[in-house]
Design a protein around this ligand. Structure first.
Ligand code: MG
Length: 250
């Protein structure tokens, strides 16, 4: 069931979204060669707690860290460790937190130092596909309009979308209905109609190679099976007066 949020609830998620955005900004500025992913996790956890929020990832189904840090072929759910970032890598930070009973969730992929042209393009395509998806998040459209916009753009740029994971409603729970795939098969149902007061996260995950994934032995880290580079970005948005408002922005 998709819940419709009150204005008050949306305002709380908006405030929480600002903390998410500031945490991501801090992480992006700290993502330098030689920095361990553990130290980035600690920086984020401290910032989130200093702002009176709780990292939603910590303890979620047993997840051991406060944020997800995924490098290169790692798509999502990477676990921070003693591993140090290296020049030329791309790294994804996924930050979700809860305060006053409501969650906000966003992610971004950034370069570590100088990266290849193909890595830059992958990140640009991912960001633009999120923009394309958000543009379709208008009252009267269906969720499949978002899915198809993301898919069509990524495909047009010669990349692939990951089908195993996707966006989701968000509110009192981190993951609520509906599931929002990043692809749309014409043979499938069109999905629910988008309405005012809905709050959800759109999160394209894309890769350069084949779209197939595997989960590493740590039971969390999802990587591309062919080890091709992947990128992931995400915003939590609310539908207000028929249009999308990004809640996870500075
Ligand atoms: Mg999410």
């Amino acid at each position: 069931m998709i819940t419709i949020k009150t204005k008050k609830e949306i305002e709380i998620i908006r405030q929480n979204g600002k903390i998410v955005a500031k945490t991501l900004d801090l992480l992006c500025r700290s993502a330098l060669p030689g920095v361990s992913t553990n130290s980035l996790d600690i920086i984020a956890a401290k910032f989130i707690c200093d702002n009176g929020a709780i990292p939603s990832s910590l303890g979620y189904n047993g997840f051991p860290k406060s944020i997800c840090v995924s490098i290169n072929e790692e798509i999502v759910h990477g676990i921070a460790s003693g591993r140090r970032l290296e020049e030329g890598q791309i790294v994804t930070f996924d930050v979700c937190l809860k305060k006053d009973g409501l969650h906000a969730d966003a992610a971004v992929t950034v370069p570590v130092g100088n990266v290849s042209e193909k890595a830059k393009k992958l990140i640009d395509v991912c960001n633009e596909s999120l923009n394309m998806g958000m543009k379709e998040a208008i009252v009267g459209n269906r969720f499949s309009h978002i899915s198809f916009a993301v898919y069509r753009y990524v495909k047009s740029q010669g990349h692939r979308v990951i089908r195993d994971y996707g966006g989701h409603g968000i509110g009192k729970e981190l993951h609520e209905d509906p599931f929002i795939p990043n692809y749309h098969c014409k043979c499938k149902k069109l999905g629910p109609v988008i309405q005012n007061g809905m709050v959800f996260a759109i999160e394209p995950m894309i890769c350069i190679g084949k779209r197939f994934v595997k989960v590493l032995d740590d039971k969390w880290t999802v990587v591309t099976k062919d080890n091709s580079l992947s990128a992931h970005c995400e915003h939590t948005i609310a539908i207000i007066d028929g249009k999308p408002e990004i809640l996870t922005k500075l």
